[in-house]
Design a protein around this ligand. Sequence first.
Ligand SMILES: Nc1ncnc2c1ncn2[C@@H]1O[C@H](COP(=O)(O)OP(=O)(O)OP(=O)(O)O)[C@@H](O)[C@H]1O
Length: 259
Amino acid sequence: MKTTELNPPTPSPVEGFEKPVILIEHLYKSFGNLTVLNNFNLVVNREENVVVLGKSGSGKSVLIKCIIGLLKPESGNILVFGENVPELAHDELDRIRTKIGFLFQGNALYDSMTVRENLEFPLRRHWIDFSQQKVDELVMEALNNVGLPHTVDMMPAELSGGMLKRVALARTLILKPEIILYDEPTTGLDPVTAREIDTMIISLQKKYHTTSIIISHDMNCVKNTADRVVLLAAGKCYAEGTYAQFEASADENIKQFFE
Ligand SMILES: Nc1ncnc2c1ncn2[C@@H]1O[C@H](COP(=O)(O)OP(=O)(O)OP(=O)(O)O)[C@@H](O)[C@H]1O
């Protein structure tokens, strides 16, 4: 385990991986006088699940929003498949976003639409020329992936919190993204349902070979899903290592997540 204050992460791929899928270098983002990201660096390799751990308000969501181009950093590079997101024009950003699935904390399903309509939405937005048969196939494939084919004609209000999360995950998967960004995927769920979501994240990653960043402070989720953990503190990558290395750490900033 390295505390990166002492050893800045080297932006080079792990053996066996190709170029990093996401490479963040010297990222700075402020709001007025508040500096949220202060020389943040991160490497995410192909098919890796990296959990970004951090206290509330440490800038985890800001980081995700910078990666998908919803927020523009003051400086720094965010290379996604080699393309620098902060420099992309609107249409280029749209194109790269089709490769990035984003599971919002609040699920972001449309309450007035059925599950089917919610899942069709991203398809219609990006590939309006799909036949209805193809759309139906993709909707059912996505719902089967999360074990909820029977909910296809239900309204979001008829579903439990765990089911809503799974439908939101199905909607994220329908475009077959190569990268998935999860914003606190288990927050607000009971431990059994949270465990189911963790298991689903791993099984879908294996099936579709996705690369993921998972934002979380649920240590069970971290343990179940992380190939590597990065601690975001004071705007920097404060430490990185495996879950076991974090659990064994004597560093006070790390220990507090296990209390
Ligand atoms: N659009 C914005 N304008 C001004 N300040 C913002 C904006 N977005 C985020 N912030 C501030 O940036 C800081 C980091 O916010 P962020 O939402 O990234 O935290 P977080 O680590 O995701 O927290 P949590 O775990 O509670 O969701 C906070 O102080 C927040 O108030």
